[in-house]
Design a protein around this ligand. Sequence first.
Ligand code: PMP
Length: 398
Amino acid sequence: MDYRFSGNVERLQSSAVRDILKLTQGKEIISFAGGLPAEELFPLEAVHEAVDRVFAAGKGALQYGLTEGYLPLREQLCARMAQKGMTVEPDQMIMTTGSQQAIDLIVRVLLEPGDVVLVENPTYLASLQVFSLSGLRVVPVESDHDGMIISEAERLVREHKPRLVYVVPTFGNPTGRTWSLERRKGLLDICSRWGVPILEDDPYGDIKFDAGATYPTLFSLAGSADGGGVLYTSTFSKTVAPALRTGWAIGDRKVIRMMAKAKQAADLHSSTLDQQTLDQLLRHFSLDVHIRKIGDAYGERMRQMQALLRQQGWEDVKWVQPEGGMFLWLELPEALDAEALLRCAVSKGVAFVPGASFFAAQPQRNTARLNFTYTHGERMALGISRFAEAIGEFTARR
Ligand code: PMP
């Protein structure tokens, strides 16, 4: 059979991370590439106990469930959202197969091929893939460490009349950046004046290094779910475990209802077993204490990676210290192409993600994303020394 593939899938760039994993197969590689949480911090016993409770309760966990998600879990999540100033009812929430599916469903219900979506530059790669697969035009907005430049966002909203603005305002991927309150309010103001919905993607907001710091979500600043104009998604992937593939979206109930229709076509519903497990976990385990443990450990690892990088004494390698999340975003010497550097790094036994693939346009080729959560301690030190060797060799060659 001579298969003909759709234009959208033909045009889809395969994930740089996946390509790197292929490159590293069968080699002893220290990887700072994937966005993997620390396995030793997974609440293995608590999840095990939660699964036992689910099975002890009977056969229900093996049955089909509601497309919108397991109601007791949604009720508990609504209470957790309320603690962060996000007031929603269960019918303003839908459980999804990871927050990745929430992004996909929101795009399916709100946009048509050819519509424009505004994004930060750079932004999360797998969202760019969703936009590309849906045939959208992606317009990047110039962004700095405080978030999107608001005057630029307004100029582009006026010029392109986007149907969605997609942002990761707290500890973003790949940059680790956190938007200032002023920029958050600035974007809300523009979008409410021009009637453009915002998709706030917040997988990392809980993973903060300073326990006392607060980062108001755009959703909470917008005030209300119905008519508020912000659709918010988050996930248990970083706070419990990504394998449970459980995320959620909240927003205007009209949008949630449409998402449920689209989800029926996609997968009927997310795993009942996983959702019931999380429901039991939230009832019998202090997730907030666990999240604090993760935040402290990741903060420690981020500081270790920074110290190791500083020890190299590079003047032309720059980064801004993240306040949370899982990534350090490096700006390497200007003429250095991080994709070429990667090949050299892999030959020395270390991997990272070159920054170019996170840009919707005009990639900054001298950038790199380093994950500091998965590899730690002596192995992190060894990885950074290999990385430094690669940079040294590479810059000497020029
Ligand atoms: N959004 C961002 C910004 C992410 O970094 C990720 C995970 N890498 C996701 C969404 C999707 O996460 P999940 O589907 O596991 O909830």
